[in-house]
Design a binder for this molecule. Sequence first.
Ligand SMILES: [Zn+2]
Length: 348
Amino acid sequence: MNTLLPTTVVGSLPKPSWLALPETLWSPWKLDGDALLEGKQDALLIALHEQSRRGIDIVSDGEQTRQHFVTTFIEHLSGVDFEQRKTVRIRDRYDASVPTVVGAVRRERPVFVDDAKFLRAATDRPIKWTLPGPMTMVDTLYDDHYKSREKLAWEFATILNQEAKELAAAGVDIIQFDEPAFNVFLDEVKDWGVAALERAAEGLRAETAVHICYGYGIKANTDWKATLGSQWRQYEETFPLLQSSSIDIISLESQNSHVPMDLIELLRGKKVMLGAIDVASETIETPEEVADTLRKALQFVDADKLIPSSNCGMAPFPRDISLAKLSALSAGTNIVREELARSAPKVA
Ligand SMILES: [Zn+2]
């Protein structure tokens, strides 16, 4: 990748209203059978087209083929009963009705590999694919079999590694594991979270990323954020562990959040995917605001290691808002690219 400050998005983009109910998490599909398959592929192509024409360099599927970033993956595993639902508190924050682990978990067949091949065939740009991280998967289920979050996480890590290897073989350039749970269960992150993540990312012929955020812009998350005080320092615990891990890229939230920018210094040497777009507010950032966030980050990360991005997925947004935010991200990045080009020493 030769582009300086390559832009990307964390993961999800809104789906077209003919495919799923807009502005809703876990939104039910409006199509079924072959029409659903075709509709998902069409939506993926639209998401790709919008990213490309709005200047996003590392493109994704916009998660158009999945209902939810965790449960759609779990649906493809055996050992999990979706009929037996339990209400549990997820991310220690809100109650959700989740399926139950009733036996040994196993990946019966590839989950996203066909979708990734479809995206690969549709673009020459670098592509990034998101998978849930082991801890976040454990935290989105009721476990009636392993009775140990750690044991179940290790099982999921093995399964994720199988899927990730096949995604890399399908031509995915960056495989990203979403671990919002890493901002909540700090002791578990130390005890086994990072180790399980590294197991999921082991031996991949692709770059690896981990995304850690304060969640989608839904009410349970904004209420939680209000309790975190004026400085959000959760990353201070996890970044040193990630800095010495095998993961290549760390994705974090920054725009309008109370994360002190200097915490990025703890990641020195790693690539940093920086959230310069707020997903909890429908106000479109100006290019200058985006540029300002990137300039601040550049005090703590080398320019060749900074990847401008969004804070989190944009699925809950109205479509026009999310698309305008993509444009703002690339316009703001262009401002900083030009500044860097001007200040670079001229080679005679
Ligand atoms: Zn996120």
